[in-house]
Design a protein around this ligand. Structure first.
Ligand code: NAP
Length: 262
C-alpha cells in the first residue's frame, strides 16, 4: 500500500522545536521522512537531550539553528541560510510561542509587547521568509501556524495571549487565500489544553476543572497536536487553505454539562 504521508525529500522548518508540541511535531515530520530543521533558541545547545539528537538516534534527518523568531533580521538571515543549504523550504511550522497570564489591568507594556513580539511578529517574520522561499522554488509548500483555542474564544485572565493567538488566526486566513493559488497552503492548528511546560502554571484544582469542561474529559498529549500538523503538512491537505483546525477534545464545540429536564 502507498504511504500517503511520505515526506521524503522535503525540508521542514519547525520553530520552537526543542520541547513540548514543537518537539512532537519535529519527531512526527522526521518520522515520515522529512529533513527537519529545528529553529529556536535552545535546541542547538542541548546536546544529547536535543530534539535534533533524538531524531538522529531514531534514524531520521535533522539539524538545528539558533533563532529568536522575534528578531526580523535574524529570521531573514536564518531562513535564507536554510533555503540555500536545502534548496528550498517545503514545510514551515510556526510553533514558537510564549504565554503570559494577566487581565488587561494586570498586563504591563513589556508583557504585552513580548507576547506580540514572539507570537505574532515571530509568526509573521517566519511566514514571510518561508513563503518567499517556497515561491522562489516553485514547488508550492505547506505553512502551519500554531494558534490556540484562546485565539478563538476568550480565556479569563490571558488578555495578551488570547489577543496574540487571535491575530494568528486571521493572519492564517489572510495568507491562506493570498497564496493558495500558488500551491502554498497556509493553515493553522488550534490546540486545547496540552501536557507541556507551558501548562505547568495550572494547579491541580484548576486542571481538574478544565478537564471537566472538556467534552472528552482530558488534555491532549503533544503527539496528538503533532498528528494534526502532520496531516496539514501532507498532500492530504492540498485543498485546504486558511483553515483553523481545533484539536481540543471538543472544547470549542460545547460544554459537557447536560441539562436534565423533568
Ligand atoms: P513550551 O513547552 O513552552 O515550548 C515553547 C517553545 O517555543 C520552546 O521550544 C521555546 O524555546 C520556543 N520559543 C519561545 N520563545 C521563542 C523565541 N523568541 N524564538 C524561538 N523559539 C522560542 O510550549 P508548548 O506548550 O509546546 O507550546 C507550543 C505552541 O503551542 C505555542 O505557540 C503555544 O502558544 C501553543 N499552544 C500550547 C497549548 C498548550 O496547552 N500547551 C495550547 C494551545 C496552544 P526555548 O526552549 O528556547 O525556550
Amino acid at each position: 500500500m502507498e504511504n500517503v504521508i511520505d515526506l521524503s525529500g522535503k525540508t521542514a522548518v519547525v520553530t520552537g522545536g526543542s520541547r513540548g508540541i514543537g518537539r512532537a511535531v519535529a519527531l512526527a515530520l522526521a518520522g515520515q521522512g522529512a529533513f527537519v530543521v529545528i529553529a529556536d533558541r535552545s535546541d542547538w545547545k542541548a546536546g544529547d537531550e536535543s530534539t535534533t539528537a533524538e531524531i538522529l538516534r531514531l534514524g531520521g534527518q535533522a539539524t538545528s539553528k539558533n533563532l529568536d523568531v522575534s528578531d526580523a533580521a535574524e529570521v531573514d538571515r536564518t531562513m535564507a541560510e536554510i533555503d540555500q543549504e536545502h534548496s528550498g523550504i517545503d514545510i514551515l511550522v510556526n510553533n514558537a510561542g510564549v504565554l503570559t497570564a494577566g487581565s488587561v489591568l494586570e498586563t504591563s507594556n513589556d508583557q504585552w509587547r513580548h507576547q506580540f513580539a514572539v507570537n505574532v511578529d515571530g509568526t509573521f517574520f517566519c511566514m514571510r521568509a518561508g513563503i518567499r522561499s517556497m515561491r522562489a522554488h516553485g514547488r508550492g509548500g505547506k505553512v502551519i501556524n500554531v494558534t490556540s483555542i484562546s485565539g478563538l474564544r476568550a480565556n479569563p485572565g490571558f488578555a495578551a495571549y488570547c489577543s496574540s493567538k487571535a491575530a494568528i488566526v486571521n493572519l492564517t486566513r489572510q495568507a491562506g487565500i493570498d497564496y493558495g493559488a500558488e500551491g502554498i497552503n497556509v493553515n493553522s492548528v488550534a490546540p486545547g489544553f496540552v501536557e507541556t511546560d507551558m501548562t505547568a502554571i495550572y494547579d491541580s484544582p484548576t486542571r481538574r476543572a478544565l478537564e471537566a469542561q472538556t467534552p472528552n474529559g482530558r488534555w491532549a498529549m503533544p503527539k496528538q497536536i503533532a498528528d494534526a500538523v502532520l496531516f496539514l503538512a501532507s498532500p492530504l491537505a492540498d485543498h485546504i487553505c486558511g483553515e483553523v483546525l481545533a484539536v481540543d477534545g471538543g472544547w470549542l464545540v460545547g460544554t459537557p454539562v447536560r441539562i436534565e429536564s423533568d
